[in-house]
Structures are given as C-alpha cells and as structure tokens.
Design a protein around this ligand. Structure first.
Ligand code: GAR
Length: 209
C-alpha cells in the first residue's frame, strides 16, 4: 500500500514533529512526512525540519486579515503537497469548524493530559495543583471544540511525590513522542473506525459487553 502523505502543523519547538519525522524514516512505516507548516515564522521546529530534509512552509497568521483567509492559504499549501493526513503538533491556533470539517477523520492532535481532564493550557501545573495521581497525554481526532474529539491513544504517567512541572512535563513528553507515531501509524494503515465518541482499532480484541 502507498504510504500516506502527511503534513505536520507546528507553532513552536516541534519535538513531537521531530518524533513523527523520525518514525516515518522507518522502512515499514505507513506514512511519509511531506510538509511541515508553521503559523509563526519564528517557530524553532522549522529549522529542525529543514535539517531533516523535510519541506517546510510558513503561513504567517499575522499577514492574513481573517481566520478564513489564513486557512485558505494553509489549505492551498496542503493541497499543493497532496496531503492526506494532518497532524497538529503544538499548533497553537484555533481552527474554524469548516477547516476541521474538511479534514474530519484525517486530522490528529496531541494534548498533554489524559483527556477529557485538563483541556487547555498549563496542564501539568493544573494536574499537580489538583493533586492528580495520574496524568499523561492523548492523541485524538480533531473536532471543532478545542481539546475534544474521539481518542485514538493515551499514555498514563503516574504523578510522583517529588514532581514539579518540569519533571512531570518531561516524563509526559517522552510518552507523547511514543504514542503520536503509534497513533499516526494506525490511522495511516486505515485501522481506525470512529463510532460516535469512540475510536475502534481494527485488529485488537473487542471490548466485552
Ligand atoms: C506538546 O506538549 C503538546 O502536547 C502540546 O504542546 C506541546 C508542543 O511541544 N499541545 C497542546 O497543549 C495542544 N493543546 P512540541 O512543539 O515540542 O511538540
């Protein structure tokens, strides 16, 4: 089967992007990263992608008068690269419902919490402040509502006594780098079926009634 053509959308550091690029180097990986797009010209991840010989583009949100104009330019880049799957990786711009609809079932996001807990920003600090014993990360399909959508994979990271934001974030990030490539692999292999809020993974044991 032909490898699926994937674009990664970033706004900053790009460590999840780097993990996806690295995984896609694998001989049998079912997806190739054909484009990295940033909505900010100063995103650190752009230089990282370039050193990995991955094509990059900037669609600078500051140079578009409206969200729709920005997204039309973004969509043009994706279409020109014949992109089939979009991965949001630290992409910090809200997308309109019509853009999300255009990519329904084909756009993933990673979030640093066990959704539906701790949507939004500062998830590690909020998990610590809430006294959560269990934290982690989630890869989910993107829907118009922020940090929502059918969950593909999650990794749990137990909170330890000596944790501060930095320590906890580092352990969660290591898990992000593991589950994002795994989730993209499942999607690229057409093994995911969305049923309401749930994602059924083909080839795994059925849940008992
Ligand atoms: C990651 O921790 C990602 O889960 C988070 O931003 C970070 C980006 O880091 N995303 C969100 O909070 C989305 N709601 P990276 O640029 O090094 O991948």
């Amino acid at each position: 089967m032909a490898r699926k053509r994937v674009a990664i959308l970033i706004s900053g550091r790009g460590s999840n992007m780097a993990a996806l690029i690295e995984a896609a180097r694998g001989k049998d990986y079912p997806a190739e990263i054909v484009l990295v797009v940033s909505n900010r010209p100063d995103a650190q991840g752009l230089a990282v992608a370039e050193t990995q010989d991955v094509a990059t583009a900037v669609v600078d949100q500051a140079s578009f008068p409206t969200r729709e104009a920005f997204e039309a330019a973004l969509q043009a880049k994706l279409a020109a690269a014949k992109v089939e799957i979009v991965c949001l990786a630290g992409f910090l711009r809200r997308l309109t419902a019509s853009f999300v609809e255009r990519w329904r079932g084909k756009m993933l996001n990673i979030h640093p919490s066990l959704l539906p807990a701790f949507k939004g920003l500062d998830t590690h600090a909020r998990a610590l402040a809430a006294g959560a014993k269990s934290h982690g990360c989630t890869v989910h399909f993107v829907v118009p509502e922020i940090d929502s959508g059918p969950i593909v994979l999650q990794a749990e990271v137990p909170v330890q006594n000596g944790d501060d934001v930095e320590k906890l974030a580092a352990r969660v990030l290591a898990e992000e780098h593991r589950i994002y490539p795994a989730a993209l692999k499942l999607l690229a292999e057409d093994r995911l079926r969305i049923e309401g809020e749930r994602v059924i993974v083909a080839g795994t044991a059925k849940a008992k009634d």
